[in-house]
Design a protein around this ligand. Structure first.
Ligand code: NOJ
Length: 539
């Protein structure tokens, strides 16, 4: 077994390519934009970049509907450009993790087009889940499974058969019992490993295998139910064992991170066995309220889950699927929830931002691998007022226009300037950004924050810098310190202490040799105010 040491303390920056930077002026982010901003990422101090899907795609789900796993969508660039991007990132010391989408493809993928054309009973259909319908004329879907985006998980084709799609109807699920599917994905892995990628983020990693016979369930919306027949079926582990062996046969440390929302801890841990995935996202941490006790519990649980099996814990606050944590932490209920209806729920963004800055210091001081979602380092909030006719997320139509979906965390980033496109697109761009940017984003641009010690960008830079220069932050043992109610305090090694005040009242700081970093100003008398965190050298 090879070691995966780089991941053990890495900070991984997530790029959602449509929204990161637009190099060619068409209003959509692309590889040219990413390449131009690699120095920004290196300077920010991250170790790796995870790029959400960049493959050829009709973009029914922002690229999570893949038509060709071995090519780049022309909207984003070309394969040659992806190869250059990987080389340039490596030259800057940045590793590249790409997004692999194995549960489903696009309805424009050649295999699916062939399957539809070949008709019922054909070998081409056996690579997907095609079934006759129920009812006297097959007019009802084969079962009552529901799509995660709303509506039935089945769509009917012209000859009367139905196919399964756990997401949009443009995203047919592969049948992972089929040997062609397994062989194809091993080949896709090789294709990208040969091109030097350092790892893969695996989309809905626990969904690939389905229970035999696709049995009915009563509580079909219970995403985390361990008995749901589309989630966490044992044969999926064979897939990851073979992928791990394949990745380990390559030079360097090529890694996997699974997108796994499973609640059951034993089942979750099974994916992190030494011959399976290296890591999985810590969604319980992301989902936890801004509450000291709740966070302490989830942090302890994370260590308990990972420690005994030697797996690397991860820490994540935001991604392209959830409400940005500045907004979440500014609400009365600070938990992440899939309940999409947040319109009209009051939010205090100043409070959310203060807490988000403290949460950054908490997250970046914990041992393990931390994720930063693009724009989080700029302190961006969710954009909640996108006009209905401009919403692109398939969840909007599929929910019968009740769930506005995830566009609010995918608004193109502000890089510079006083108004849209805020440097997202170059001067003289032909199109406006694919989603509208708020009129008050000038102060949030990277250029506006650069060099301002009070800015969130400089807070992240300082924190990421210290993660590299303070040896205790890299490798020091973690231990809780006694702390008043509402306060989290812990040490790393002999010389580093992090204190996070989640209470309303200010608290005293412990004795220290130096204050390394604070997420906000201390009180006039040197106390740590509520919603504020500090890093200290204590030896
Ligand atoms: C999870 C991805 O993160 C999300 O953006 C996507 O819509 C679904 N999987 C389907 O691929």
């Amino acid at each position: 077994m090879k070691n995966e040491d780089w991941l053990r303390s890495a900070v991984v920056y997530q790029i959602y390519p449509r929204s990161f930077a637009d190099g060619n002026g068409d209003g959509v982010g692309d590889l040219a934009g990413i390449r131009a901003r690699l120095p920004y990422l290196a300077e920010l101090g991250v170790d790796a970049v995870w790029i959400s899907p960049w493959y050829a795609s009709p973009m029914a789900d922002g690229g999570y509907d893949v038509a060709d796993y071995r090519d780049i969508d022309p909207l984003f660039g070309s394969l040659a450009e992806a190869e250059r991007l990987i080389a340039e990132a490596h030259a800057l010391g940045l590793r590249i993790i790409i997004d692999l989408v194995p549960n489903h493809c696009s309805d424009q993928h050649p295999w699916f087009a062939e399957a539809v054309a070949a008709g019922p009973g054909s070998p081409q259909r056996a690579r997907f889940h095609f079934r006759p319908g129920r009812g006297t004329a097959g007019e009802l879907p084969p079962n009552d499974w529901q799509s995660h985006f709303g509506g039935p998980a089945w769509t009917r084709v012209a000859d009367g058969e139905w196919y399964l799609h756990l997401f949009a109807s443009e995203q047919p699920d592969f049948d992972w019992d089929h040997p062609d599917v397994r062989a194809e994905f091993e080949d896709v892995l090789r294709f990208w490993l040969d091109r030097g990628v350092d790892g893969f983020r695996i989309d809905v990693a626990d969904h690939l295998a389905k229970a035999p016979g696709l049995p009915e369930v009563r509580d079909y919306r219970a995403r985390d139910a361990n008995d749901s027949p589309w989630t966490d079926q044992d044969p999926v582990h064979e897939v990851y064992r073979s992928w791990r062996a394949l990745a380990d046969s390559y030079e360097g440390e090529r890694v996997f991170v699974g997108e796994i929302w499973l609640e059951d801890r034993d089942r979750f841990r099974a994916y992190l066995r030494p011959d399976e995935l290296h890591t999985a996202f810590n969604f319980p941490f992301l989902s936890t309220a801004w509450d000291a006790e709740a966070l302490r519990t989830v942090i302890d649980r994370t260590f308990a889950d990972h420690g005994p099996i030697g797996a690397v814990p991860t820490w994540v606050l935001s991604n392209h699927d959830v409400i940005r944590h500045v907004t979440r932490y500014g609400r009365a209920d600070t938990r992440h929830s899939w309940d999409p209806v947040t319109e009209g729920v009051p939010v205090d963004l100043a409070l959310g931002r203060r807490r988000a800055r403290a949460a950054a210091l908490l997250t970046l001081a914990l041992p393990g691998c931390a994720y930063v979602y693009q724009g989080e380092e700029l302190g961006l909030a969710e954009v909640e007022d996108i006009a209905a006719e401009l919403i692109q997320d398939p969840r909007w139509p599929r929910s019968g226009f009740t769930d506005r979906g995830r566009d609010g965390c995918r608004v193109p980033l502000p890089w510079s300037g006083d108004g849209a496109p805020y440097g997202f697109s170059p001067e003289g761009a032909t199109n406006t950004p694919w989603l509208p940017q708020p009129p008050d984003w000038a102060g949030f641009s990277a250029a506006a924050q650069q060099g301002d010690p009070a800015s969130t960008l400089e807070l992240y830079r300082a924190a990421l810098g210290l993660r590299r220069t303070e040896p205790d932050l890299v490798a020091g043992e973690f231990a809780w310190l006694p702390a008043p109610d509402g306060v989290l305090a812990f040490t790393r090694g002999a010389g580093f202490t992090c204190l996070v005040n989640l209470a309303a009242e200010a608290v005293e700081l412990p004795p220290r040799s130096s204050l390394l970093l604070a997420s906000g100003p201390l009180t006039g008398s040197g106390l740590l105010p509520g919603g504020t965190a500090v890093w200290m050298r204590t030896a």
